[in-house]
Ligand binder design. Structure first.
Ligand code: N01
Length: 530
C-alpha cells in the first residue's frame, strides 16, 4: 500500500478520503466492528458531544454540511454515529477499512524506506506512509485496585459500553469517576438504579448544558454562511469562534463579572467555553480564575440541598478549566435524590474490589454492578500501546518514557513518514476536535503530496526542530494554570506517567499559521530524503 491509516474514527475516515482522492492506495485498520471511533465506543447512557452540532461536524465537503440536518444543540452519541456512518457511505469509505482488526506493530525498514505494519489478525502490510489516527481519548483505563477479576456482579467502562445497552433497573449500582463521562451518565443511571453510590476522587466544575432541539431557523442561518462560520472557528483560540476577551476579570466590577458568568450559566445557548472566555486572564491568573470558580461553587451550594454533600461537590483543589470542565444535565440535582449517595475517595480511598462490591479504607459497599467512568491514558496511550519502532529499532514508548517529544504534534524524529493526527504537542484536546482533525489531515495530505511531486521518499522531523517544539509546548503551558492541576492533560491520572502538559495551548489559529509557515518554507524542520 501507499499508506496505512490506523483507526476509523473521524481522523482516519477523513485521512482515507483525502489520500484516496490523491490517487494513493490506502488500507485502514479499525479495532471496532464499525466506524466512528469515539462515537462508536462511548455508548454509555447520556453520551453526547459538548460542542455545538453546527461546529462539531466536518467542513471539508460543502454538500455534506448542507445536507445533514442536526436535531439538537448537542447531539447524542447515536446521532453522531449515524452521521459518521453516513459519511462512510457517502464517500464510499468502507471498501478500504478492515474492521475488527487491531494494529499491534509498526516497524520502519530502513533499506526499503517503508513501514511494515502487523495486526492481531495476522495481516502484514508494507506501506510508505503510516498515519496514526488513533484518537486522544481511546486507550481506556480502569483503576489499579486489586480484586476486579473476583467481582461476581457485572462491571463496565464507559469507554467501551456494550452495543445492546445495559439495564440497571432495580440494581445497587456503584459508579467510580466524575469526569465528563461520569457527569453525563450519573443522572441517567440514577433513573434506573434502585440505589446509586458515586465514588468521587476530585469534584469537577459542571456547567448546565441546556441541551435542546436545534432551532431550524438557526440551522438555516448558519448554513447560509457556513464558509465564514468555519473560517472563524479555524482562526479562533479553541476552534469555536467567540468574541475575543479584551480585559482582565480583575478589571471588571463584581457586578459586571457576575452578570457575565450568569449568562454563561443560565443562557440556553451557552457553551462549554462561555464562562471561561470572557476575560483575558482566566487561565493565567489564579485570582481572576477564582472569580468564576467561586461563581460555580455558589451555584452548587444553591442546587444541592444537603450542605455536606454540596461541600463535597464543590471543587477547591484546582482552578476552573485546568481539568476539563463538564457540561451536565441535572448533574448536581441528582445528588438531592434519596437513593443517590456520594463517597469522597480522596478521604477514604478505594482499597479493593471485593466479590460483592467496593471496599474503601472506611467500609465495604455492596453492588450488583459497577460502572467505571475512570477515563483514559490520554494522548499517548493509544500510540504507546502499539509496538511502533522507528530507525534503529527504537520503540516510540521508550523514546517517550520521560514524556512525548514531537514536532508540531504531528511528527517524531527517528520515525520517518509516520504522522500522528492530533498528537501530543498539538492543540487537539484543547480545541473543538474536529477542527483540529481536519487541519492535521489536510496538512499531512499536503505534505505527502509535496513529497510525491518533489520526488522525495521520506520526511522526518529533525531532532533540533523536535527539541525546540517540545520546549515551546512546555514553555507556553507553563504560562498558564494548567500545570497546577492533577489532570489527564498532565498525565496525572495514570500512575507512573511522566508529569508533562500534553497538548499545545498556543491556540488553534496561531498553531495553524505555524504549520502553514513550516509547509510554505519547504517543510522547515523536516529532513526530506530522495
Ligand atoms: O475521564 P476523566 P472521562 N479511583 O479522566 C476518576 C472527553 N469526553 O471519561 O479527577 C477513583 O475526565 C477521576 O478522578 P481524578 C473529555 O475531554 C468528552 O470522564 O483523576 N477515581 C475522574 O473523576 C474528557 O475530559 C465528553 O481525581 C478515579 C474520573 O475517574 C475526557 O473525554 C464526554 C480513579 C475520570 O475522569 C475523559 O473523560 C466524555 C481511581 N483509581 C468524555 N481513577 C463530551 O463531549 C480515575 N478516577 C461531553
Amino acid at each position: 500500500m501507499d499508506a496505512v491509516v490506523v483507526g476509523a474514527g473521524m481522523s482516519g475516515m477523513y485521512m482515507l478520503h483525502k489520500l484516496r482522492g490523491m490517487g494513493l492506495t490506502v488500507q485502514v485498520f479499525e479495532a471496532g466492528d464499525g466506524v466512528g471511533g469515539t462515537w462508536y465506543w462511548n455508548r454509555y447512557p447520556g453520551a453526547r458531544v459538548d460542542v455545538k452540532s453546527m461546529d462539531y461536524s466536518f467542513s471539508f465537503d460543502p454538500e455534506l454540511e448542507q445536507e445533514w440536518e442536526w436535531t439538537e444543540k448537542y447531539p447524542p452519541q447515536e446521532e453522531l454515529r449515524r452521521y459518521l456512518n453516513h459519511v462512510a457511505d457517502r464517500f464510499d469509505l468502507r471498501r478500504d477499512i478492515q474492521l475488527e482488526t487491531r494494529v499491534t506493530e509498526a516497524g520502519y525498514q530502513e533499506d526499503a524506506q517503508r513501514w511494515l505494519v502487523r495486526t492481531d489478525r495476522g495481516d502484514e502490510v508494507s506501506a510508505q506512509y503510516v498515519v496514526m489516527a488513533t484518537g486522544c481519548l481511546s486507550a481506556s483505563k480502569v483503576p489499579e485496585v486489586p480484586g476486579l477479576e473476583d467481582f461476581q456482579g457485572d462491571w463496565y467502562h464507559t469507554g467501551h459500553w456494550p452495543e445492546e445497552g445495559v439495564d440497571f433497573t432495580g440494581q445497587r449500582l456503584g459508579v467510580v469517576g466524575t469526569g465528563s463521562s461520569g457527569v453525563q451518565a450519573i443522572p441517567l443511571l440514577a433513573h434506573q438504579a434502585a440505589d446509586l453510590t458515586v465514588f468521587q476522587r476530585t469534584p469537577n466544575f459542571v456547567v448546565p448544558a441546556h441541551n435542546h432541539p436545534i432551532d431550524p431557523e438557526h440551522q438555516r442561518s448558519v448554513k447560509a454562511n457556513y464558509a465564514e462560520h468555519r473560517r472563524a472557528n479555524r482562526e479562533s483560540a479553541f476552534g469555536i469562534a467567540v468574541p475575543p476577551p479584551t480585559k482582565s476579570a480583575l478589571e471588571a466590577s463584581e457586578e459586571e463579572r457576575n452578570a457575565y458568568y450568569a449568562r454563561g450559566w443560565y443562557d440556553k445557548d451557552n457553551q462549554l467555553v462561555s464562562l471561561l472566555a470572557g476575560y483575558t486572564d482566566m487561565i493565567t491568573s489564579k485570582e481572576a480564575n477564582d472569580t468564576a470558580a467561586q461563581y460555580v461553587r455558589d451555584r452548587i451550594a444553591e442546587i444541592v440541598k444537603d450542605p455536606e454533600v454540596a461541600a463535597m461537590l464543590q471543587p477547591t483543589d484546582h482552578p476552573f478549566g485546568t481539568k476539563r470542565p463538564c457540561l451536565g444535565t441535572d448533574y448536581y440535582e441528582t445528588f438531592n435524590l434519596p437513593h443517590v449517595h456520594l463517597v469522597n475517595v480522596r478521604k477514604t480511598p478505594i482499597v479493593e474490589i471485593t466479590p460483592t462490591g467496593i471496599r474503601t479504607s472506611e467500609r465495604e459497599y455492596e453492588f450488583d454492578s459497577i460502572v467505571f467512568a475512570t477515563g483514559f491514558d490520554a494522548m499517548t496511550g493509544a500510540l504507546t500501546r502499539i509496538d511502533i519502532r522507528g530507525r534503529d529499532g527504537v520503540a516510540l514508548a521508550d523514546k517517550w518514557k520521560e514524556g512525548p517529544r514531537t514536532y508540531l504534534g504531528v511528527a517524531v524524529a527517528g520515525f520517518p513518514n509516520l504522522f500522528t493526527i492530533t498528537g501530543p504537542g498539538s492543540p487537539s484536546v484543547l480545541s473543538n476536535m474536529i477542527v483540529s482533525i481536519e487541519q492535521h489531515v489536510d496538512w499531512v495530505a499536503d505534505a505527502i503530496g509535496a513529497l510525491r511531486t518533489g520526488g522525495k521518499a521520506t520526511m522526518e522531523a529533525s531532532a533540533e526542530a523536535e527539541d525546540a517544539w517540545t520546549r515551546h509546548v512546555d514553555e507556553v503551558g507553563r504560562t498558564t494554570l494548567y500545570p497546577t492541576a492533577n489532570s489527564w492533560y498532565m498525565g496525572s491520572n495514570v500512575p507512573g506517567k511522566p508529569r508533562v502538559f500534553l497538548p499545545y495551548i498556543g491556540g488553534v489559529g496561531p498553531y495553524r499559521q505555524k504549520c502553514d509557515e513550516v509547509a510554505a518554507n519547504g517543510y522547515e524542520g523536516f529532513v526530506l530524503s530522495a
